[in-house]
Design a protein around this ligand. Structure first.
Ligand SMILES: [Mn+2]
Length: 262
């Protein structure tokens, strides 16, 4: 199932976009709408794909999945493919805060916050963000550590996550990809993680049978070149849908039907 969120339609400086787009009230209503749609889906066990919008979309996804009966009592791991931690401590929610919001909410609800990020760009995350990540026990690899020559090590991180959780919430921020592949984002990457690595990670997660929720965020169509960012996103979604629906059933969190959906 596909769920859409409010599109990001302005481009100023990268940091400003991440703070201001969309507006706070639009962001709140978008999160509520997204949460309703995600929580209302279903018992089929097939993963829900949420299209952003800014990365604040992930907070709506979180609200939805934490209200979903099928996931009650399940340990859900968050895997974020992103150049940024998005762990900014701020009073106002934004595209820079969704994962710290999840950490706080999990703590309040006595749930484990299990957060892994692949593709961190060291120059684009502050020292405070690295400290916050360490305090929260976040596992991460930098963009340099995610180059295809290190693929085995990257997939080991993914396998460890798959092993310790019941279900996976995958969040894909398209700014994790190199600018040449994904120019249509609010904060294009100067270095980036090649599509080859991201595609391999998507295969591995989807084939685990534990994928329940996917966000694909930060697409900025106005700045895209020949639709290449949208095409890369579409390819990843196709991979995830195909592999997840072909994966063997894994129990209550995963694809319980075991059916192949074309
Ligand atoms: Mn992000």
């Amino acid at each position: 199932m596909l769920v859409g969120a409010a599109p990001c339609n302005r481009r100023v400086s990268a940091s400003a976009v991440r703070r201001t787009c969309p507006t706070s009230s639009a962001r709140r209503s978008s999160s509520i709408l997204c949460a309703r749609n995600v929580s209302a889906t279903p018992a089929t066990g097939n993963p829900v794909v949420v299209l952003g919008g800014g990365h604040d979309t992930a907070w709506g996804s979180y609200l939805g999945r934490t209200r979903c009966n099928r996931l009650r009592g399940q340990r859900v791991g968050v895997l974020n493919l992103d150049a940024h931690f998005d762990l900014r401590q701020a009073d106002e929610p934004s595209s820079g805060t969704p994962f710290v919001q999840m950490a706080r909410a999990d703590q309040q609800a006595d749930r484990t916050f299990d957060y892994t990020v692949l593709g961190i760009s060291e120059p684009n995350n502050t020292g405070v963000l690295f400290r916050t990540a360490d305090e929260l026990g976040v596992e991460y690899l930098t963009d340099e550590q995610c180059q295809p020559r290190h693929l085995e090590a990257v997939l080991e991180v993914v396998d460890r996550l798959v092993e310790r959780v019941d279900a996976i919430h995958l969040s894909i921020d398209l700014d994790v990809l190199p600018t040449a592949v994904a120019p249509g984002v609010s904060a294009p990457a100067g270095y980036g993680v090649p599509l080859e690595t991201i595609q391999a990670v998507c295969h591995r997660v989807a084939r685990s049978g534990k994928l329940v929720l996917v966000d694909v965020v930060e697409l900025l169509p106005r700045m895209d070149v020949d639709g290449r960012t949208a095409r890369a996103a579409a390819r990843l979604i196709t991979t995830l849908a195909h592999d997840a629906l072909s994966a063997p059933p894994t129990g209550p969190a995963g694809n319980t039907t075991g059916e192949r959906h074309e």
